[in-house]
Design a protein around this ligand. Structure first.
Ligand code: ZN
Length: 377
């Protein structure tokens, strides 16, 4: 209960700052004394600052509250090709960014991350760095403290946390990229909160993050959400996971590039280029993307049937061409809705790098404020 109230008060200050204690009590429905207690604690912990003093009619002068912007978080988005390290405040606003190529070698990768984090630390003197949140294209086993399943990244079965925590002295939290996007939606999405949400990230592979009944689903060893590795054709092409014909082999960016290569005899290694070629009227590119869209829609049907989410958020470069992908995916989702069911909203997330990074900020915030969805609007 304490966590829930603290989280509620923090969210309200974040969303409505500057806000007075009286207004916090009115909006949250909590007792004035409870609000005072929580606010004093947040001020003491330096999450919240007092001031300025407001002016109201009849001479009352309430003290407004706002987030302490000197409290900052380092977010890291590791992707198979590029890695971004960013500095953010507790509003999830980014103050600076450092982008690098992801080293294929895990040791070199961790060394590069440490160097970049240390640069951010020395550029942030005078501010409190609360921790490092890391989003990964794999599953993180929180019990074993290891990256256990990352078929599109060579850094497997690896302890990433300990060397970074030791070198920087900071608290380090890791999470799968799709789960990070779920957390970003829970903490920072301006649209009304939902308790049943699936985020589907589509890039080199396909990942899903599942929020069910207001809780992020992790499953045994953190492995829940691997819809991308459910085979939809056991005779299909081999997959990075060791299986064949997985959903991601048919519906990822890589799949579209393969369709294009097979149809045109030309190779293209860049998905954005493929989107541009299709927009420019290239028939092979159009066919390749249409095939990818159709497979994406087919896979969505198992998500709708299995989880009955209120909202599905799609993250990835394909959202740049939503007029092509959106109608196909929405039609399949509608077609899967069973009698008595209600189709979920399908929402493209247009700034995918930001969603992952915001999720890493939420990862650190939820260490202090707990998990769960009871976010006021
Ligand atoms: Zn697979």
């Amino acid at each position: 209960m304490r966590d829930i109230n603290r989280r509620l008060v923090l969210h309200l200050i974040r969303k409505r700052h500057p806000i007075s204690r009286a207004d916090l009590a009115r909006v949250s429905g909590l007792q004035r004394s409870t609000i005072s207690l929580i606010v004093e604690q947040l001020i003491e912990e330096r999450w919240v600052l007092e001031g300025p003093t407001g002016r109201l009619p009849r001479g009352r002068r309430p003290t407004f509250l706002r987030l302490d912007e000197g409290r900052i978080i380092i977010g890291v988005d590791v992707r198979p090709i590029r890695t971004t390290v960013a500095l953010a405040d507790a509003h999830g606003r980014f103050l600076s960014q450092d982008v690098m190529n992801t080293p294929g070698d895990p040791e070199a990768g961790i060394a590069a991350l440490i160097a970049s984090i240390q640069r951010m630390m020395s550029a942030s003197k005078g501010r409190t760095i609360e921790g490092v949140g890391i989003s990964l294209p794999g599953r993180f086993d929180h019990a074993q403290n290891r990256l256990v399943f990352a078929p599109n990244l060579n850094w497997r079965d690896l302890d990433i946390r300990t060397p970074i925590a030791q070198a920087t002295g900071l608290d380090v939290e890791l999470e799968n990229a799709a789960n990070a996007c779920v957390l970003a939606a829970v903490w920072f999405d301006p649209s009304p909160a939902v308790r049943n949400l699936v985020v589907v990230t589509v890039s080199e592979g396909i990942g899903t993050g599942v929020l069910a009944n207001g809780q992020l689903v992790s499953g045994l060893n953190g492995m829940a959400g691997e819809f991308g590795h459910v085979p939809i054709d056991p005779q299909g092409p081999p997959c990075g996971c060791g299986g064949r014909g997985c959903w991601e082999v048919f519906a990822s960016n890589r799949a579209a590039l393969r369709y294009y290569r097979e149809a045109s005899g030309q190779s293209s290694s860049d998905f954005i280029e493929l989107l541009n070629s299709a927009d420019g009227g290239d028939e092979h590119a159009t066919q390749a993307l249409n095939l990818m869209a159709s497979y994406l829609g087919q896979g969505m049907r198992m998500i709708v049937a299995g989880l009955a989410p209120e909202r599905i958020m799609i993250v990835g470069d394909l959202t740049r061409s939503w007029q092509r992908f959106g109608p196909v995916i929405e039609a399949q989702v509608q077609a899967q809705t069973l009698p008595g069911g209600c189709p979920p909203d399908v929402v493209p997330v247009h700034e995918d790098g930001m969603a992952r990074l915001r999720g890493t900020v939420a990862l650190i915030l939820q260490k202090h404020f707990g998990t769960g969805v009871e976010v006021p609007d």
